[in-house]
Design a binder for this molecule. Structure first.
Ligand SMILES: Nc1ncnc2c1ncn2[C@@H]1O[C@H](COP(=O)(O)OP(=O)(O)O)[C@@H](O)[C@H]1O
Ligand SMILES: O=P(O)(O)O[C@H]1O[C@H](CO)[C@@H](O[C@H]2O[C@H](CO)[C@@H](O)[C@H](O)[C@H]2O)[C@H](O)[C@H]1O
Length: 458
């Protein structure tokens, strides 16, 4: 494969295609440069697959992205339009179709085969966990979920998450999932393999994570929305609180295993100050970006100031999920399983790896019950007061049940730390305001309504 020429010919096509991808984080900023960092052929012949780590520059900033480029003399017949980068028009591959290889089942199947045999290609190292061997003859189909990354599913056996925006070092999703897997936790899908890039002078960067696929799992967000929708007139709305209680138990169990497997610490006085300052700084940055937040700043700052050193000194901090919500919880026939321990995509990896109060995850999940309830009312110009009352009661009931389950399984009782819980909920809602303003502006009223409530009920 004439790698250099191929990359040269592909770069302008990538520049056109990249901004349209769901996982591309630099939307709205003009790309000022594309710099290939590594280009590694993983499959040669027809079809071919080229692995590319590409530095995308926008102004002063830059991000590193992982691309898997497929190349065939004839484009696959059923290729989705958004997966196509077009046809090469010069050089040794003149006329060949260039596309996102994650949509080519044969090529993603070859990726699984590399994982199965723990291959090494130039800077790319494929690694397996001990245990039963992996099949090497399955085809992969790209998942359809709206994701920050790209997942490929192999039959009903495995799911491979391909991280798109790459940071140096071990991705927390791999780090925490491995720690939980090694401790024998059944609250996450078992890790089977991963692959990483080993570049001279830097830590290996995680590129992909293969886990058991949960074929019988139901997504917690979909389940909750289904229950909430029944509030609109079903005489026998289901009792999701039982599930919320179980989910609270599952969260506490995961926290317990993480606290045993990875370092924990107790906050000293200086660190307690940094916890509150971090929240205040994030609020100010968010308010600068989203004007609707500004009027709430004084009240929200006041809530953060209630986090005094006396409250927090000695508080235990540990590794946590970092972005827990109902969509990261899957109900299986054997109970709740948690996914995606990557943390909030907008934070740096260093920040995401810092030990945190475990209540941060609890607060995030409490926000999610509120989201599910608010989703019912979203879009209506004049919400029906009776429905609004039912939705608020649904959220309150499930929030209480979740906290009770968390406490029953040995987690710190959230009710025992009301100032901290409230500050953590505000911090999360502020993050959500920015997230929605950037990705789903029509959903912005959901966290803003919560901000209004949190700011006006002190
Ligand atoms: N092990 C699994 N089994 C079944 N479905 C899964 C599994 N892992 C992920 N999924 C599905 O893929 C979706 C996206 O996965 P996630 O890890 O949250 O990716 P991202 O980091 O890109 O958001 C999940 O919401 C879930 O529906
Ligand atoms: O799943 P991701 O890791 O990509 O997380 C991001 O997207 C989530 C939305 O999919 C977002 O979660 C917010 O919306 C959820 C409903 O769609 C809701 O249940 C969550 O409570 C709410 O925070 C998450 O914040 C973001 O990081």
């Amino acid at each position: 494969m004439a790698v250099g020429e191929l990359v040269e010919a592909a770069l302008p096509m990538i520049a056109d295609w990249l901004p349209g991808q769901r996982w591309y984080a630099g939307k709205g900023q003009a790309i000022t440069g594309l710099r290939p960092v590594t280009a590694t052929p993983l499959v040669t012949g027809d079809p071919a697959m080229l692995h590319l780590l590409l530095r995308v520059e926008h102004g002063e900033q830059s991000d590193l992205y992982q691309l898997l480029l497929g190349l065939r003399a004839e484009a696959p017949a059923d290729l989705l339009p958004e997966a196509s980068l077009g046809s090469l028009t010069h050089g040794p591959y003149d006329g060949a179709a260039l596309y996102d290889a994650v949509h080519d089942p044969e090529l993603t199947g070859r990726l699984l085969a590399h994982l199965a045999t723990a291959d090494r290609f130039g800077p790319l190292a494929f690694r397996r966990t001990p245990g039963p061997g992996l099949p090497s003859d399955l085809l992969g189909r790209a998942g359809t979920a709206e994701q920050s990354n790209t997942s490929v599913i192999f039959g009903t056996a495995f799911i491979l998450k391909l991280f798109r925006r790459i940071s140096p070092g071990t991705n927390p999703d791999l780090e925490l999932s491995l720690a939980l897997s090694r401790a024998g936790s059944t609250r996450i899908p078992r890790v089977a393999a991963w692959f990483e890039s080993r570049m001279a002078g830097s830590e290996p960067a995680t590129l992909g994570l293969l886990q058991r696929f949960l074929p019988d799992a139901e997504d917690g967000w979909e389940l909750a929305l289904d229950q909430v929708a029944r509030l609109k007139g079903d005489p026998s709305p289901g009792n999701f609180a039982v599930e919320a209680h179980r989910l609270g138990r599952a969260t506490a169990e995961v926290h317990r295993v993480l606290a045993r497997a990875l370092p924990v610490a107790r906050l000293d006085r200086e660190q307690t100050g940094r916890l509150a300052t971090g929240m205040a700084e994030r609020l100010d940055v968010a308010a600068a970006a989203v004007p609707a937040l500004r009027r709430y700043r004084p009240a929200l700052h006041a809530a953060f100031q209630q986090l005094t050193a006396d409250h927090l000194t000695g508080l235990m901090v540990q590794r946590i999920h970092g972005d827990l919500h109902l969509g990261q919880a899957m109900r299986t026939p054997h109970g709740w399983v948690l996914l995606d321990f990557e943390g909030e995509p907008a934070k740096s990896v260093a920040e995401r790896r810092l030990p945190q109060p475990a209540l941060r995850d609890v607060a995030a999940m409490l926000r999610s019950f509120d989201y599910a309830a608010a989703h019912l009312l979203a879009g209506a110009p004049q919400p029906d007061p009776q429905l609004a009352h039912l939705a608020a009661s649904w959220a309150a009931r499930n929030r209480t049940a979740y906290c009770a389950g968390y406490t029953a399984a040995g987690g710190t009782d959230p009710a025992a730390c009301p100032e901290l819980l409230r500050a953590l909920e505000i911090d999360k809602a502020v993050y959500e305001v920015v997230y929605e303003a950037r990705h789903r502006p029509s959903w912005l009223p959901i966290p803003l309504t919560a901000i209004h409530r949190l700011a006006t009920t002190i």
